[in-house]
Design a protein around this ligand. Structure first.
Ligand code: SAH
Length: 225
């Protein structure tokens, strides 16, 4: 899989991809993440990518031309399954959506800044819009990193234990059960006995019951039991 991220602030995207699971996924060639600096596609001498809003009002607007040139140059090189604009009013990111996107081959994530992008970008250049929640960030970079992380960890081979993405919250419509590690007792706070029993069937049953109870308590809207 390949993810191309278009931004006017490429530095903001350096650290999320340079450590831990996302770095290893790239080292193992399971995913290629390429960040594109929009300024390089600007045709004016100051390499600006934003301008004042028509009609006035506070806040700059990202211009269509550099975005169009960048997307066009990428599309010349490969076919994209989706060209996604990160937007607070887009489709809300969810586990089913991350699962769906993890099956794609080539994706573009476009990050907005300031007041957002010229509306014609949304009308003509992109295929989809994703929001990471009903709140406003100052730019799309962190949102693009969140979407990328949610997708990349689902690609087979990225997580060392193949089953571990499947046992995460939301994958089966349930919240994950609580987990513990050593010591078995800390300041008098004990790990549930069943987890120390070595009885595999009872452990599975306990985990399943915990998942159901947690789902009912924390995400009743997911509960189908
Ligand atoms: N004026 C816009 C917000 C612009 S925020 C509005 O009211 O809708 C600047 C940029 O940050 C956006 O263009 C978008 O790319 C990104 N962004 C902000 N909040 C986001 C969210 N919840 N999810 C995804 N991207 C977001």
């Amino acid at each position: 899989m390949r993810i191309d991220i278009i931004t006017c602030l490429p530095k903001l995207l350096e650290s999320p991809f340079s450590d831990s699971i996302l770095k290893r996924a790239q080292d193992k060639k399971l995913v290629e993440v390429v960040v594109h600096d929009l300024r390089q596609y600007s045709t004016n001498k100051h390499r600006t990518t934003d301008d004042y809003a028509f009609g006035g009002g506070a806040g700059m607007v990202m211009m269509i031309e550099p975005i169009d040139r960048c997307i066009a140059s990428l599309k010349e090189q490969r076919i994209y399954d989706d060209i996604i604009y990160m937007s607070p009013d887009g489709e809300l990111l969810s586990q089913p959506l991350a699962n769906q996107l993890s099956l794609k081959k080539n994706l573009i994530l476009l990050c907005g800044h300031y007041k957002g992008v010229d509306e014609r970008v949304r009308e003509h250049l992109i295929t989809r819009e994703i929001s990471i929640g009903n709140y406003v960030l100052s730019g799309g970079e962190l949102a693009a990193a969140v979407v990328s992380d949610a997708i990349i960890r689902l690609i087979p081979g990225v997580l060392s234990d193949e089953t571990s993405a499947l046992t995460d919250s939301f994958q089966d419509g349930l919240i994950a059960p609580p987990v513990y590690t050593r010591p078995a007792e800390y300041k008098g706070w004990k790990v549930p006995d069943v987890l120390l029993s070595g009885h595999e069937a009872k452990i599975q049953e306990w985990r399943h019951t915990q998942s159901i109870e947690r789902t009912k308590a924390r995400r009743p809207e997911l509960d189908k039991n």
